[in-house]
Design a protein around this ligand. Structure first.
Ligand code: SR1
Ligand code: MG
Length: 413
């Protein structure tokens, strides 16, 4: 029998029941007796095993790391990713309790994380693929990015606390390596992990790989990702990491957490909205996506600047970097900060679109288009938009610049 003090072993359904039985607080949350609990597997992502257990009183979600990539057992991997997900939840949950889940338990031997289950919630990507866009989610995710990043940045905390957390998350090197390779390197070179089924994408891939402007920009984004520890990032904020009922929204799966540029999380989210936009056949649906991009950005910016302002009113002045300057200098510095975040967003958004189209881990969004030629036209348009975002023949300094470029590429649909 596997218990929580045994050496690591991958749990099956009965192992999950036994494990949960050994945790009095979790067993009490489920209620009833273990034989009354319903336990089933819901693994969906690329890396881990995920189970849900429901009892008469409540439900939990149990996630266990495997010694390999779940969808590719030949790709071996250390188990520590659930540790970093638990650490991420513990760091950000106090700041976003309404937008993520609480870490109820972490087992450092079995590499198991337990959080409350989300009943009635759907994965945002699945909802969007079914044509359910839930515009309110964009504002909630903007709020999540603002609150989670501000709270873990030097703008909110003395540098000693930030540095301690940076030391912890700097150890999340296996998953950071995945991001550096899969998101910010492989698609720009010939690599066996890359793939795309449609030969009509091949000339665009070749153009990406031979464009000096693309190469230079992706090199600089890779450096920014590794050398700009502005805040604690979720690290994989795509629409599969968001669950929603339409009104209640929770960000899950923070195992890629690391310190990095704030525009990384925001860029991944917008990149995935845009992938779905290009996969959406009707203009009305596309208009909702455009609204969601604007809503996300307004929500993020408004909340981030409000938190910054509140911090300036606090008694502890150790985090006030622009506090001694006059108001207009202060506002100028803040708008420069936000503008830099936006420029990162444009870059990381483009990198996400490209890697989800021609890299290792694609998105399912385009599979709703059954007509091959429609799918090709739309995937090409998404890739060409991303290429232009990286090349920036006209600099993308604001959301208006970014949307203008997006409209241009939407006209090909
Ligand atoms: C081998 S992991 C591939 C991808 O799945 C995860 O969800 C991340 O997005 C990662 O890049
Ligand atoms: Mg994930």
């Amino acid at each position: 029998m596997t218990t929580h003090s045994s050496p690591y072993s991958t749990l099956d359904l009965e192992g999950v029941r036994t494990f949960l039985t050994s945790l009095p607080a979790i067993a009490a949350r489920l209620g009833g007796t273990p034989d009354e609990w319903r336990v089933w597997e819901v693994s969906d992502g690329n890396l881990n095993m995920v189970f849900v257990a429901e009892g008469p009183e409540g439900g939990v979600c149990l996630k266990q790391a495997l010694p390999h990539v779940r969808v590719d057992p030949a790709w071996k991997m250390p188990l520590d990713r659930t540790f970093f997900e638990a650490a991420y939840l513990r760091a950000v949950f106090p700041h976003v309790p309404d937008l993520t889940t609480e870490c109820l338990h972490f087992d450092p031997e079995q590499f198991i994380l337990i959080v409350p289950s989300l009943s009635g919630h759907t994965v945002m990507r699945t909802a969007m693929m079914a044509g359910h866009y839930h515009p309110a989610v964009a504002a909630q995710v903007g709020d999540f990015v603002a609150r989670s990043t501000f709270a873990t940045s030097l703008l909110a905390e003395p540098f000693e606390r930030v540095m301690d957390r940076r030391i912890c998350f700097a150890r999340n090197q296996t998953l950071t390596r995945i991001t550096v390779d899969l998101v910010l390197t492989d698609p720009y070179h010939d690599h066996p992990r890359n793939h795309w089924a449609d030969p009509q994408l091949t000339p665009i891939v070749a153009a990406l790989r031979t464009s000096p402007a693309v190469q230079a920009r992706i090199d600089s984004l890779r450096l920014r990702f590794l050398c700009t520890p502005q805040a604690l990032l979720h690290g994989d904020l795509h629409t599969g990491s968001i669950m929603t009922t339409g009104t209640d929204t929770r960000i899950i799966d923070g195992e890629f957490a690391t310190y990095g540029p704030i525009g990384f999380d925001a860029g991944l989210f917008i990149g995935n909205l845009i992938l779905n936009l290009f996969a959406t056949p009707d203009r009305a649906g596309q208009a909702v996506h455009l609204d969601m991009i604007q809503t996300f950005w307004t929500s993020f910016k408004t909340r981030f600047l409000a938190l910054w302002q509140e911090r300036e009113w606090a008694e502890d002045r150790s985090t006030l970097y622009y506090a001694t300057t006059d108001k207009s200098t202060q506002n100028f510095e803040k708008s420069l900060f936000i503008q830099n975040v936006f420029q990162d967003i444009a870059g990381f958004c483009a990198a996400e679109i490209i890697r989800r189209s021609i890299g290792y881990a694609h998105v399912a969004d385009f599979s709703v288009l059954t007509d091959q030629s429609t799918r090709t036209t739309r995937q090409k348009a998404a890739l060409l938009f991303a290429k232009d975002c990286l090349e920036q023949k006209k600099p993308l300094k604001s959301l208006a610049d970014f949307l203008e470029l997006l409209y241009l590429h939407m006209s090909a649909l």
